[in-house]
Design a protein around this ligand. Structure first.
Ligand SMILES: [Zn+2]
Length: 244
């Protein structure tokens, strides 16, 4: 499968053709055959918005997991909150993407990690003004997966239910470890959880190197713009054309 928006739409069409209803982490048991579409936003909220629009136009709803501890985006900024609001307004859900590496002192201790997750859920709920009722892990260790952490009223997308009872398929590192389209077509599994990272998807297929290079180049422009918003007469010091 190519990493293009067209290919993603073909995946959605194939799910449709094979009788998979799109569900979320709370209503999935209403369906005999369902798929939970999930997106982890590791780096780039703008790409998430593009994916959300595609899904909205196609008529499906999915869940977008955002990091509170990201070094790439700040959820408290007006611009980013607006993006999250737009994603929600299209009917998609928002969940917490949790990175245990931010808590090295608690790693390996499931109770402590559960407390950290509860804390982040509370903060994210406060920032976004909506109840956050599901979480996923960013690059989880085997220990945290095996712990099957349960938090009252909140779904763990990596819990045994969604990670083992459901068939879990992911495009991590721009690579499907299993033939996702064949699995959908085969129809063996009544419940699917499909994780895609919008970061990899574009109008035209790109190599991993091209995607990362473009992201790095764009960062330069974004930093210039952000500095320009906070620095009087930036152009007198470094003109737009002089940027690296
Ligand atoms: Zn992640």
């Amino acid at each position: 499968m190519k990493f293009t928006f067209d290919s993603y739409q073909e995946l959605l069409e194939l799910l449709d053709e094979n009788g998979y209803k799109t569900a979320d982490y709370h209503n999935w048991n209403q369906y005999d055959r369902c798929v939970i579409l999930r997106h982890d936003i590791d780096t780039d909220l703008q790409k998430a918005l593009e994916m959300a629009e595609l899904e909205y136009q196609y008529g499906v709803k999915s869940t977008y997991f955002v990091l509170l501890t990201s070094n790439f985006y700040n959820l408290y900024s007006k611009r980013n909150k607006k993006i999250i609001n737009e994603i929600q307004d299209m009917g998609h859900a928002v969940g917490l993407h949790f990175d245990e590496m931010e808590y090295p002192e608690d790693m390996g201790n499931a109770d402590k990690i559960a407390e950290d997750i509860v804390k982040e859920l509370k903060v994210l709920t406060e920032i976004l003004g909506i109840n956050i009722k599901v979480f996923s892990y960013h690059r989880p260790t085997k220990t945290i997966l095996d712990a099957d952490i349960k938090i009252q009223g909140v779904m763990n997308s990596y819990g045994n239910l969604f990670f083992k009872q459901f068939k879990y398929l992911s495009d991590s590192r721009m690579c499907w470890r299993e033939p996702v389209l064949d699995i959908i077509h085969g129809g063996t599994y009544p419940q699917l959880q499909i994780l895609t990272h919008p970061f990899w998807y574009h109008d035209e297929a790109r190599s991993m190197k091209e995607v990362i290079y473009e992201f790095l180049s764009r960062a330069n422009m974004e930093r210039y713009d952000n500095l320009n918003d906070n620095f009087t007469n930036l152009r007198d010091v470094i003109d737009l054309e002089e940027r690296l």
